[in-house]
Design a protein around this ligand. Structure first.
Ligand SMILES: Cc1cc2nc3c(=O)[nH]c(=O)nc-3n(C[C@H](O)[C@H](O)[C@H](O)COP(=O)(O)O)c2cc1C
Length: 188
């Protein structure tokens, strides 16, 4: 894929790169840190990219939502290895209101809706009793309502790095500057 000169709104570029790699939802590695600074990373699916932010869904409480409540500063990485592209962003994250999640829940694939209900019944990060996961999964299979623990998180980037394969590779950095963005090349 030919290297692009990148300019304008980096969220538009992110949306375009995601579309070129198969569309949304797109997997990203989300890094959070707790109140003591201990880092935690995991994969989540970005479901929305708009002009100022992106969104993903999760359950409360999980390590990520506890971290974000204590420390809203986050980082995330999208990797599209086949396209030789990476986007690294830093910014802040916050939960949106329940009405937003209620509107989004019916749009999620059924297996993820069922999983959200399992999170309502079991406690994350505690050892599971034998068979407990399957039992909760089977019990949740007929549920259609959004569980109260399901949430939508909005991530607003203040810096976004777009890395493109090439000889040499290129990295374009966007830094939020008031309502706009400053753009410049940095070492890849
Ligand atoms: C491909 C993939 C997509 C995932 N998407 C999400 C997601 O959108 N939201 C989510 O909460 N967890 C998602 N997970 C599970 C998380 O990676 C993680 O295991 C879980 O959310 C618990 O994370 P935490 O305890 O660090 O908060 C996904 C996992 C994989 C492998």
């Amino acid at each position: 894929m030919a290297r692009e000169e990148l300019a304008g709104n980096p969220l538009d570029v992110l949306a375009r790169w995601a579309a070129e790699a198969g569309g949304l939802p797109a997997a990203m590695t989300l890094a959070t840190a707790d109140a003591d600074g201990a880092p935690h990373a995991r994969t989540v699916l970005a479901t929305v990219v708009d002009a100022t932010s992106l969104r993903f869904h999760s359950s409360v409480p999980t390590t990520k939502t506890k971290d974000i409540a204590a420390n809203p500063r986050v980082s995330a990485v999208f990797l599209w290895a086949e396209q030789g592209r990476q986007v690294v962003l830093t910014g802040t994250a916050a939960e949106l209101d329940a009405a937003t999640s209620r509107a989004a829940f019916p749009t999620r694939p059924r297996p993820l809706q069922v999983l959200a209900c399992v999170y309502e019944d079991l406690t994350p990060d505690e050892p599971l009793a034998p068979g407990a996961l399957q039992q909760a999964y089977d019990a949740a299979a007929d549920t259609v309502e959004m569980p109260p623990s399901w949430t939508t998180v909005r991530l607003e980037p203040v810096q976004m790095d777009f890395w493109q394969v090439g000889a040499p590779p290129h990295k374009t950095r966007f830094v939020k500057d008031g309502e706009g963005w400053r753009t410049y090349e940095v070492l890849p």
